[in-house]
Write a protein that binds this ligand. Structure first.
Ligand code: CP
Ligand code: NVA
Length: 299
């Protein structure tokens, strides 16, 4: 049985298989008559909706569970919650604060576990991101040799994006302020997946000639106490029209959303002709369907 906690749980070939399934018209219903439990420790608009709809498209019944309903490690242990859910469901998705919760889930689960965002990674987002780039630039096989620049916090979204884009042969540049870079273990892991990765503190250097520019919020869910500090630290890292002007002529702008206009990106860039944020949001559903179908076919 396979799980999806991070993009590099897949090989580069398997990543392409997932993307191919995501792009196929809906033809298989591997969740017919079955349930999928979706546990959320944090808020969500895109992930909950896209996962619920993808489960329905695969013939299944999605059951969203909010934190107060099961009490992960408060009402009972994560392990006991997961073992209980395995009695009813064919797949479990979880959005958690601590990635270790997912690893504990995997250790006791008899069904595939899908990371719906942790402090470490956001693989379903990474899949939707590369699906969007593939739609834009002529397919997943046409991405090799192109460049993506991520400007902002070296966070969960950055790590999954770097793995997904890089494993398809894209050159990845990440520009972050000092103290907010991808960790050394992240860069080691990304490079171990064969990714060509450049880390810099200069957003312009990252964006020169890039085919795509990506950003995410400066303060992730759970980091709210650091908001003021981060606003200061990320000054100069806003994706503006001026920054987009140094990119390739046909470049696109991506953002996982939710966006904070005027912080990590200007309103004008987000609403510009280069912005692909709505197809990207729709692709969350196709990516989720492709990922779940692939996982269920491995069993
Ligand atoms: N991009 C994303 O994961 O959005 P939500 O937090 O709304 O699910
Ligand atoms: N980095 C953000 C992504 C939200 C989809 C967070 O973790 O809150």
């Amino acid at each position: 049985m396979r799980h999806l906690l991070e993009i590099d749980d897949l090989t580069a070939i398997e990543l392409r298989e997932v993307l191919a399934l995501a792009s196929e018209p809906i033809s298989a219903h591997p969740l017919e008559g079955k349930g999928a439990a979706l546990l959320f420790e944090k808020p969500s608009a895109r992930t909950r909706n896209s996962m619920e709809l993808a489960v329905v498209q695969l013939g299944g019944h999605p059951l969203t569970i909010r934190p107060d309903e099961v009490g992960l490690d408060t009402r009972e242990t994560v392990e006991d919650v997961i073992r209980t859910l395995c009695c009813y469901h064919a797949l479990i998705g979880a959005r958690v604060f601590q990635h270790s919760m997912l690893e504990r889930a995997v250790a006791v689960s008899s069904v595939p576990i899908v990371n719906m965002l942790s402090d470490q990674g956001h693989p379903l987002q990474g899949l939707a991101d590369v699906l969007t780039l593939a739609d834009e630039f002529g397919g997943a096989d046409a991405l090799a040799g192109r460049t993506i620049a991520y400007v902002g916090d070296g966070n969960n979204v950055a790590r999954s994006l770097a793995l997904a884009a890089g494993m398809l042969g894209m050159s990845v540049r990440v520009a972050s302020p000092e103290g907010f870079e991808l960790s050394d273990s992240d860069t080691d892991r990304i490079r171990a997946a064969g990714v060509e990765l450049l880390c810099t503190q200069d957003p312009v250097a990252a964006c020169v000639g890039a085919d795509a520019v990506y950003t995410d919020v400066w303060t992730s869910m759970g980091q709210e106490a650091e908001t003021a500090l981060r606003l200061q630290a990320f000054s100069g890292f806003t994706v503006t029209e001026d920054l987009m002007a140094v990119t390739a002529p046909d470049s696109v702008f991506l953002h996982c959303l939710p966006a904070h206009r005027g912080e990590e990106v200007t309103h004008d860039v987000l609403e510009s002709d280069r912005s692909r944020v709505w197809p990207q949001a729709e692709n969350r559903m196709h990516a989720a369907r492709g990922a779940m179908r692939w996982l269920l076919e491995q069993r």
